[in-house]
Design a protein around this ligand. Sequence first.
Ligand SMILES: Cc1cc2nc3c(=O)[nH]c(=O)nc-3n(C[C@H](O)[C@H](O)[C@H](O)COP(=O)(O)OP(=O)(O)OC[C@H]3O[C@@H](n4cnc5c(N)ncnc54)[C@H](O)[C@@H]3O)c2cc1C
Length: 288
Amino acid sequence: MKISDIFERTERTFSFEFFPPKDEISAIDFGVNVGQLMKLSPSFVSVTYGAGGSNSERMFALVDYLQNKTGLTVMAHYTCVGASKSRVLEDIKYLKSKNIDNLMLLRGDPPKGTVDFVPHPDGFYHASELIEKVATEFKNTFTVGAGCYPEKHPEAETFEQDIMYLKEKTDAGVDFLITQLFFDNDIYFNFVKMLRKAGIYCRVIPGIIPITSYSQIDRFSRLSGTKIPDTLMDKLESAKDNPKRIIRTGIDYAIEQCKSLLAGGAPGIHFYTLNKQSAIVEIFEALK
Ligand SMILES: Cc1cc2nc3c(=O)[nH]c(=O)nc-3n(C[C@H](O)[C@H](O)[C@H](O)COP(=O)(O)OP(=O)(O)OC[C@H]3O[C@@H](n4cnc5c(N)ncnc54)[C@H](O)[C@@H]3O)c2cc1C
């Protein structure tokens, strides 16, 4: 099913993001966790694409399985890192042949150890080019999602420029946006206001992750430049040596964060699950 059809029927969606398991044990773990999450009847699930297409075979196999064996509505992430235009078109055709109706189209990050994004000599430089190509070649075959950054994409010089390029991206054929993770809801609501002013009117679904370990704090800040509000940071600092308290703090914060996002008019929540179910199940249940 196309996610745009789900949008016709409901004002809010609740979705889960997974990554393809790396080995057999992770695959068993994945089955156990996803089994629990499926019981929550998510509006859709999405599967990430490994940096540089590193896991593309496992990713294609997983979206095929989820789409054709579980009854879930699936969105396949796809990045153009290291891929020629013809390879991209082949991959998208393959996903179509597996009944995938929804794509999250992204540029992707520069490979590990490099700083600047260098496109394939016959590839796409920006997500907007990839999105435009897919829109032209496949017309209305897919509902297309794209990423957006309430705290600015790390490479963008200014917020204004980032939003200008985001407008180009949405105009190229994007049906909805999912945000990078963030912890401060004011940042999200201000961002949405800025997008509306810039003429971007599609759904902007907040991407949320509960903090479940102290080491994640540094990782999230480094990866996405997200700010952790002082109130949350103080609580995490005071629970630093107590892993259970960190989990409790992270889950409680995420519950309040999601409640306030929904109360403020956010069109649902996209959960970055990291393939774990327990925190997500608890948050999800609390939102009911
Ligand atoms: C919801 C979500 C899901 C994600 N899933 C994955 C995944 O599955 N796999 C993965 O590897 N990564 C994933 N990412 C990370 C993403 O690949 C990186 O953030 C990447 O650095 C940017 O991708 P993008 O599609 O947003 O790029 P773009 O939209 O191309 O933007 C990248 C940068 O280029 C700038 N820019 C855009 N257009 C132009 C232009 N015309 N001229 C000059 N500058 C321009 C933008 O301002 C920005 O700074 C995800 C991110 C999000 C938010």
